[in-house]
Write a protein that binds this ligand. Structure first.
Ligand SMILES: Cc1cc2nc3c(=O)[nH]c(=O)nc-3n(C[C@H](O)[C@H](O)[C@H](O)COP(=O)(O)OP(=O)(O)OC[C@H]3O[C@@H](n4cnc5c(N)ncnc54)[C@H](O)[C@@H]3O)c2cc1C
Ligand SMILES: NC(=O)c1ccc[n+]([C@@H]2O[C@H](COP(=O)([O-])OP(=O)(O)OC[C@H]3O[C@@H](n4cnc5c(N)ncnc54)[C@H](O)[C@@H]3O)[C@@H](O)[C@H]2O)c1
Length: 458
């Protein structure tokens, strides 16, 4: 049996696992980094998630600009616009390779890498596939998550795509893409493919797309429906392959219907990479959905083992896992910080774009909060008109009396960027709306919309 190699810190996962590894190395500690995809270091974000998908969406934005050029008096022969799908994917794939290679160089210069799957074989004892064994004073589990594949009969034969196969394997632009799941991934890919000329059908359980504030998801659903066919309140019963096409039989309120296209993309959520990790052998508990149980300091049920990122299933965002990684590292080394997701923002990079932080109006109601709400449209102010009065608005929820910002939601151009002054305001003592209301904003900018909606709650 191989001797046990000992480290101050072991990180499982070469995505956000790198955050704890970075802080440990900076503190002069010995660090082992365990990852099973050495050619995809940087994890989901760099290789299969945020960065490559936003690269694709950049191409979609260029197409939308071209399509709407006429609104600004720029006339193009639209019939001459040609999409080189391979070139679009090629750009993203080359950047991914370079990014992953750069992360790998850093990993190999800063830490001791262990490539391959690792699993626990005893208390804090990890064994690699090749038999090497290692342990750490502190262990960080950042093993991430992967696409959840729903148990629909016939799915395996349908040749379905996931976010991973779009990035790595897709060779031809689908003519008609069926997307199962109208959440983040479904709506971002619906934007990308439809902007590039693919006919897209999105199928989802719920009556509206995305899990946003009700006003935001209503407008989003209405706008996406102008470019994409929506089959909502639908239950997928069976996957089909017929005459070279694939698709689903779905049950809707109007009965059963068959939706066929040339490719099927699954975007039905994520499942944690905890199966096969042997966590029971080291006293780390999982919840009923397989996510690692942590306390508010991100410590697992083992005193020396911390977990963060998608594997704990709190808010599956890169910025959230980076925040958690730093906090977990410090807590593992003497700090007593509690995670605080009050001002944890998110964005949906679809069209219209969405940026959001804090509570939705429904959550404010459910929590019995006494609030004022204000809403202002892009079309109502100077820069909004300049950019073409796009559909969209900013919506603010402020607690009555205290002036505390409860939630802020934007849908429309640059929403993902524009929410950040509210994030900062929410992180100042008292989270008072007056921080934004009383700040001078450059005229004419989209940021003025943010200030104007704050003015309306004075
Ligand atoms: C299509 C898509 C788009 C996204 N877009 C955004 C976005 O725009 N903005 C945003 O904030 N977030 C986005 N996300 C979410 C974001 O990518 C994730 O929240 C984040 O990357 C999670 O990081 P992580 O470290 O928890 O997991 P990962 O990055 O998945 O890292 C886990 C690593 O651990 C490895 N591993 C797992 N088990 C083992 C084992 N037993 N042994 C060895 N190695 C193991 C995995 O192979 C992987 O490399 C997106 C996600 C997807 C899928
Ligand atoms: N911009 C971003 O930050 C970004 C982008 C992409 C992904 N992500 C992260 O990745 C995670 C996963 O994204 P996702 O879109 O796969 O999950 P999601 O939870 O956002 O959406 C899944 C959707 O699929 C639907 N669904 C699930 N099973 C279904 C079924 N059998 N039939 C019909 N509909 C079904 C659900 O109703 C839901 O609307 C997100 O939660 C998010 O944290 C973030």
């Amino acid at each position: 049996m191989a001797a046990i190699e000992r480290y101050d810190v072991v990180c499982i996962g070469g995505g956000s696992g790198l955050t704890a590894a970075y802080y440990a190395q900076r503190d002069g500690k010995s660090v082992a980094l365990v990852d099973d995809r050495p050619d995809q270091l940087g994890g989901t974000c760099v290789n299969r998630g945020c960065i490559p998908t936003k690269g694709l969406i950049q191409a979609a934005e260029v197409m939308q600009t071209i399509r709407h050029a006429g609104d600004f008096g720029i006339h193009l022969d639209q019939s001459s616009v040609r999409v080189d799908f391979q070139a679009v994917l090629g750009t993203v794939r080359r950047r991914r390779e370079n990014d992953a290679a750069a992360v790998r160089r850093w990993v190999e210069s800063a830490f001791t890498p262990y490539y391959g799957r690792g699993h626990f074989v005893g208390d804090k004892l990890i064994e690699m596939e090749d038999g090497r064994r290692l342990t750490g004073e502190r262990i960080f589990i950042a093993a991430g998550a992967r696409p959840a594949i729903p148990p629909i009969p016939g799915l395996a034969e349908s040749g379905f795509l996931t976010n991973e196969s779009v990035i790595f394997d897709l060779t031809e632009q689908p003519e008609h893409l069926i997307i199962l799941g109208g959440g983040y991934i479904g709506c971002e890919f619906a934007h990308f493919f439809s902007a590039l000329g693919t006919r897209v059908t999105v199928i989802d359980h719920s009556e509206c797309l995305l899990a946003e504030d009700d006003d935001v998801r209503a407008l989003f659903t209405q706008e996406l429906a102008k470019r994409v066919e929506l089959v909502l309140q639908a239950e997928a019963r069976q996957a089909l392959v017929r005459d070279g096409q694939c698709g689903l039989v779905v049950a809707t309120g109007d009965g059963e219907r068959t939706v066929l296209g040339d490719r099927l993309l699954l975007a039905t959520g994520r499942r944690p990479n905890t199966d096969g990790l042997g966590l029971e052998r080291t006293g780390v508990e999982l919840n009923d959905r397989g996510f690692v149980v942590v306390d508010d300091g991100l410590r697992t049920t083992h005193p020396d083992i911390y977990a963060y990122g998608d594997v704990i299933g709190q808010g599956m965002f890169k910025h959230t896992s980076s925040y958690e990684g730093e906090l977990a590292y410090h807590n593992a080394h003497g700090a007593t910080l509690a995670v605080d997701y009050t001002a944890n923002p998110h964005a949906v990079f679809s069209s219209p774009q969405i940026g959001s932080v804090g509570l939705t109006e429904r959550a404010c109601r459910d929590q019995g909060l006494d609030y004022v709400v204000a809403r202002k449209d892009y079309a109502d102010f100077a820069k909004g008109k300049i950019v073409g009065s796009p559909p969209g608005f900013a919506k603010l929820l402020v607690e009555k009396g205290s002036d505390r910002i409860l939630g802020f939601h934007m849908i429309g151009p640059q929403a993902a960027d524009l929410i950040h002054e509210v994030v900062v305001a929410m992180n100042t003592p008292g989270a008072k709306a007056e921080r934004v209301r009383d700040s001078i904003h450059v005229h004419p900018t989209l940021a003025e919309l943010v200030r104007q909606v704050f003015d309306d709650t004075a």
